[in-house]
Design a protein around this ligand. Structure first.
Ligand code: EPZ
Length: 424
């Protein structure tokens, strides 16, 4: 296993390019099952989760020609409708093949995604939506078995909670259903928008894209022909680097980024004293000498993103006052708190609220990544901790960040990837 070794104290400078969004690429890769024609996806991030889902496509019979950032996918010869535990347990977003497989073939088996460090993350809303569209769903032996032998039909779906994956699965299923599907209380994250736009560009009429109410006019199992698609920039990666600049009081520029997608994060950084120069595809951040404390409440897009919560907590550790952070989407997304406290932070938890108290200094230590965004928060703190920090279990990081240590090194950080050598 690898770990990252970071010497704190370096200032950052220069610019870095933001990679394609993992959370846009994953549903789009699943959506390619709605087609039997070859298509090209570009600007894919070079991360483990993408490779895992492409591997699942090949296990289903798909043909995938993939180099670092481009995949040519041909799902004309799918010969299996079973997404096995070995893959789904590695990456829960594999559940996104459920809707397209069911809509196209009328039956499929998908392993239930296991638990996750940040919360229980059930898929009840996905299954309820598909049942409303005529699917017969049975859960047995850790698998979801779904059948719709006569195809799916349009339905009116009202989500009890806003669910990104649930919306994506339902949109993909509705695309091939017979009749009209309306989704009320739909997610409208930029990643959901790009999925809808790609399906609409294939000839499926979709109304309300970018709003909380979507209406999809299904093709009654006529397969789709997709246009070549370039994945949108990763707004969470971009926000993470803005946090790296803020915590090190460095001015850096991000290129290939869409500032519209990260307004909530940038707004909070402005409250913390940062200023920005923005163009169509670049953002330059100018942090203050002293970070001001702020209160954060995570919520669905376009509100403050839960996927930025850990990174902002790391920055607020160095603020000159107390900040309160409320996590409203996941029940256990504070695993980074105890690790940040190992570095000298003074963060107190009460239920789903964290109180970040001001401290003088952070000091390097051995810390352990627990989930994807917690890992990046530990790296951010290590950039300003006195001395050496070793961040272990960074396989979590590799699932969603494209060459994080390479990009930070290019900005001037002292960070290297090393191999664990067991000492005891
Ligand atoms: C997506 O997960 C993202 N992953 C997550 O990013 C992100 O944190 C999350 O949306 C929220 O924005 C991908 O896009 C691959 P949800 P998803 O369904 O779709 C509850 C990262 O760091 N819920 O919107 O799984 C659920 O428990 C990852 O890149 C149900 O109760 O999230 C959670 O509390 C982490 N029943 C809330 O809804 C359901 O059937 C939001 O979950 C589905 C969800």
């Amino acid at each position: 296993m690898d770990y990252l070794q970071i010497e704190g104290g370096a200032k950052l400078h220069g610019s870095i390019s933001i990679s394609g969004a993992k959370n846009a690429a994953l549903p789009i890769i699943a959506a390619t099952l709605l087609s039997d024609k070859e298509l090209e996806l570009s600007n894919l991030p070079h991360v483990v989760d993408i490779r895992t889902l492409l591997k699942l496509l090949t296990m289903l019979g798909g043909k995938v020609d993939y180099n670092d950032n481009v995949a040519i996918i041909d799902n004309s010869h799918i010969n299996s409708h079973k997404a096995v535990y070995e893959i789904v347990s590695q990456m829960r977003a594999s559940i996104l093949v459920l809707g397209p497989l069911l809509a196209r073939f009328g039956e499929c088996e998908v392993s239930l995604p296991g638990g996750c460090a940040i919360g229980q993350r059930p898929i009840d809303l996905h299954l309820k939506a598909l049942e409303a569209m005529g699917a017969h769903i049975e859960i047995r032996g850790g698998y979801v078995r779904a059948e719709a032998p006569n195809g799916l039909h349009g339905a009116k779906i009202v989500f009890d909670k806003i669910t990104v994956g649930g919306t994506e699965n339902t949109v993909m299923a509705a695309a091939l259903a017979k009749g009209v599907t309306t989704i009320i209380n739909a997610a409208k994250e930029p990643e959901v928008v790009q999925l809808c736009e790609m399906i609409a560009a294939a000839g499926v009429k979709i109304e309300g894209i970018g709003t909380n109410e979507l209406t999809i006019y299904g093709t009654d199992r006529e397969l789709l022909t997709f246009q070549p698609t370039r994945i949108i920039p990763d707004r969470i990666e971009a926000g993470t680097y803005l946090c790296a600049a803020a915590i090190t009081h460095s001015s850096i520029t991000l290129t290939d980024v869409d500032a519209h997608h990260i307004r909530a994060s940038m707004n909070k950084l402005e409250e913390m004293g940062c200023r920005f120069d923005i163009t169509e595809e670049t953002i330059t951040i100018h942090p203050p000498e002293v970070i001001k404390p702020v209160n954060l409440v995570t919520t669905e897009y376009p509100g403050f993103p839960t996927d930025m919560q850990a990174q902002f907590m790391a920055v607020l550790v160095k603020a000159n006052g107390e900040s309160l952070i409320e996590e409203t989407l996941f029940e256990n997304r504070f695993m980074h708190v105890s690790e940040l406290n190992r570095l000298g932070a003074d963060i107190w938890l009460k239920g789903n609220i964290a109180a970040v108290h001001p401290i003088e200094e952070l000091y390097g230590a051995d810390v352990m990544a627990t989930d994807l965004r917690a890992s990046s928060a530990l790296v951010l703190a290590a950039l300003v901790a006195k001395g050496t920090t070793n961040v272990h279990r960074i396989y979590h990081l590799d699932r969603g960040y494209d060459n994080l240590e390479g990009k930070l090194s290019a900005l001037g950080a002292n960070i290297v990837r090393l191999k664990e050598t067991p000492k005891y």
